[in-house]
Design a binder for this molecule. Structure first.
Ligand code: FAD
Length: 569
């Protein structure tokens, strides 16, 4: 054995960079290429590998030290094995090779939303040298920053406020609430920050490099990154995952004005408008209407389709509507916005269709759908096919028409929901790492986190009527659930749909508190191909709202003892 000094090799632009991790200590046996330390600059994280195989005799560095080329890392006794094989490559040669490689990643993910960060983390866990390119300063994408999480923080507050008001008729009365918008915004911001900070830490823990900037394809293996914080640089990739998400549709008829907002503007909660128009009665529109009406706004809703909550059965929608009638002055379905202008009274909007009216509003929310972020990526340079709406086309391995490029999440369309993006991200990462994965989910659940919540999955009676397929539905009204009655939720409902031929469950809908937390059981049942006996014979805890799923299955089998007997023929 001979003792050798191990020094920091030429690592390109890295000068005076901080040691963020020391992986070995005196006495450790190391092999060639094993990471000794990790250094981090404001642009990237880099592991410095051991140039030799042997035993570490001393380490000269601690976390927090600053190093440049030539700094002493430590000393090691090189084993004969390395020398005997004639593989002794000088540290400079060896790591210099890597230094030219450090802007080349096995996998680069464009977009740090739920799809993107999940893909990057999974890929890193599978051993790929991975980077995320994200245009904004925090990870989390729409979902964490301006979508799922801030909306749920505000919906939570709205739900508590309304629950407190409802409890008055049960003998508990509080003073009228006082709303401090600044504190409410701070609560929302704090919730988001906790999660986005957590993501940064998880990226660092996995040694996923996060590069800030806007990425565009320069070639089939190179990205050009421009934007604040990134200057302009090019990085190379072996494989790439596009996870650039989507943005709200901007309706051409609406003027540009600070009172005309998308969900991002609505979540900023600048003020509480007296009158608000919500355009689009999907999940986002109804959630925002719930928040603002709870804060005191009077809401009008306009929807182009014949009913609100497209895709949900009429019986469930009816319950939702009756519980939410107080929020709205008008719900105009089968109608669309035809005119809009700024006047001294606010934004004056006219509708056409089933309801023709013109009114002025202090805030107009456009929640009429989302479009994919695919047009600025330079996809034409790498032959990635998109459909007529701009969604990237993928196969079930999430591969695009370019072999080494995958796409996931909102940018590929389908259900534009975070949980779908995450699952697709995992599939793409696993395929990129050489694993035999595919996105074969039978269903993606939907939840409107309104009051009451409404959650649905799989087939609806509406779908089935259109397809001609035969199904049997079974409904358990919460008026017969002890827990629902005790919680003031006897208006709720759980409905399951079964294929009439196979008996397997194909869909379900729940309306009532915690519907979103309960729908997962129906998802599992559908994925597992369960029938009503499987679900009904599964013992659910009593008294819970969840047992209404078991009871709905019992209704299907005609064995439910929590409802009046079925009339004998
Ligand atoms: P995104 O989250 O959109 O992330 C894409 C990222 O890519 C962004 O950070 C963007 O900055 C970045 N990017 C784009 N182009 C580039 C580029 N060229 N270079 C670098 N970076 C780029 N879903 C749910 O499941 N549950 C909910 O409760 C829910 N609530 C929502 C509430 C609202 C108000 C909204 C608007 C959406 C909600 N969604 C919800 C939908 C959910 O946010 C999206 O489905 C999810 O964020 C999609 O994830 P993604 O990773 O595909 O893309």
């Amino acid at each position: 054995m001979r003792t050798e000094e191990i020094r920091v090799p030429d690592i390109g632009d890295f000068r005076d960079v901080e040691v963020v991790e020391v992986h070995v200590r005196a006495g450790d046996v190391v092999v060639r290429e094993q990471a000794l330390i990790t250094v981090e600059s404001d642009k990237a994280t880099l592991e410095i590998p051991s140039p030799i195989a042997g035993v570490i005799t001393s380490m000269s560095l601690c976390v927090g030290d600053k190093v440049s080329q030539g700094s002493m890392i430590g000393k090691a006794s090189a084993s004969d094995e390395a020398g005997a094989q004639g593989e002794t490559i000088s540290a400079d040669q060896d790591v210099g090779q890597r230094a030219t490689d450090y802007t080349r990643y096995d996998l680069v993910v464009i977009g740090g939303g739920p799809g993107g960060y999940s893909a990057a983390f999974r890929a890193a866990d599978l051993g790929l040298n991975t980077a995320i390119v994200e245009r904004y300063g925090t990870l989390g994408g729409v979902c964490l920053n301006v979508g799922c999480i801030p909306s749920k923080a505000l919906l939570h507050v709205a739900a508590v406020k309304e629950e407190v008001e409802r409890i008055a008729d049960k003998g508990i009365r509080f003073a009228a609430p006082q709303i401090d918008l600044q504190e409410l915004r701070a609560f929302k911001h704090g919730t988001v920050k906790k999660l986005t900070d957590g993501l940064s830490q998880m990226a660092a823990a996995r040694r996923v490099t996060v590069i800030r900037g806007i990425a565009k394809f320069a070639s089939a293996t190179r990205l050009e990154i421009v934007g604040e914080g990134a200057g302009s640089q090019q990085i190379e990739f072996g494989q790439c995952i596009i996870a650039t998400g989507s943005r709200a549709v901007q309706l051409a008829v609406l003027p540009k004005d600070e009172r005309v907002v998308t969900s991002t503007g609505a979540l900023a909660l600048r003020s509480i408008p007296g009158r608000m128009l919500v355009i689009g009665a999907g999940i986002i529109g109804l959630e925002m209407a719930t928040v603002y009406s709870s804060l005191g706004s009077k809401i009008d809703l306009v929807e182009r389709l014949p009913d609100i909550l497209a895709g949900v059965d009429a019986d469930a929608v009816k319950i939702w509507r009756s519980r939410n009638a107080h929020r709205f002055e008008h719900i105009d379905v089968a109608s669309s916005v035809s005119t809009a202008e700024i006047t001294p009274d606010g934004v004056r909007v006219g509708t056409t269709g089933a309801s023709v009216r013109t009114r002025s509003y202090d805030l107009v929310l456009q929640s009429a759908g989302r479009v994919p972020n695919s047009s600025e990526l330079g996809l034409e340079r790498i032959d990635v096919a998109i459909d007529s709406n701009g969604f990237i086309q993928v196969d079930e391995q999430m591969r695009t028409t370019a072999r080494n490029v995958f796409a996931i999440g909102d940018v590929v369309g389908g259900s534009m929901l975070a949980h779908k993006a995450v699952h697709e991200g995992h599939v793409a990462a696993e395929v990129a790492a050489g694993k035999p994965a595919a996105f074969t989910a039978k269903i993606v659940p939907n939840v409107a986190y309104t009051d009451p919540e409404i959650a649905w999955v799989g087939k609806s009676e509406r779908d089935v009527a259109e397809s001609g397929r035969k199904i049997r539905s079974a409904k358990f009204p919460w008026a017969a659930s002890g827990r629902a009655i005790a919680s003031g939720a006897s208006y709720g409902m759980t409905k399951l749909l079964f294929d009439a031929e196979t008996g397997r469950i194909v869909g379900g809908v729940i309306v009532g508190p915690h519907a979103g937390d309960m729908i997962g059981e129906i998802c599992l049942a559908i994925e597992m191909g369960a029938d009503a006996i499987d679900i009904g014979k599964t013992i659910h805890p009593h008294p819970t709202l969840g047992e209404t799923i078991g009871m709905a299955a019992e209704v299907h089998e005609g064995i439910c003892t929590d409802l009046p007997p079925i009339a004998r023929k």
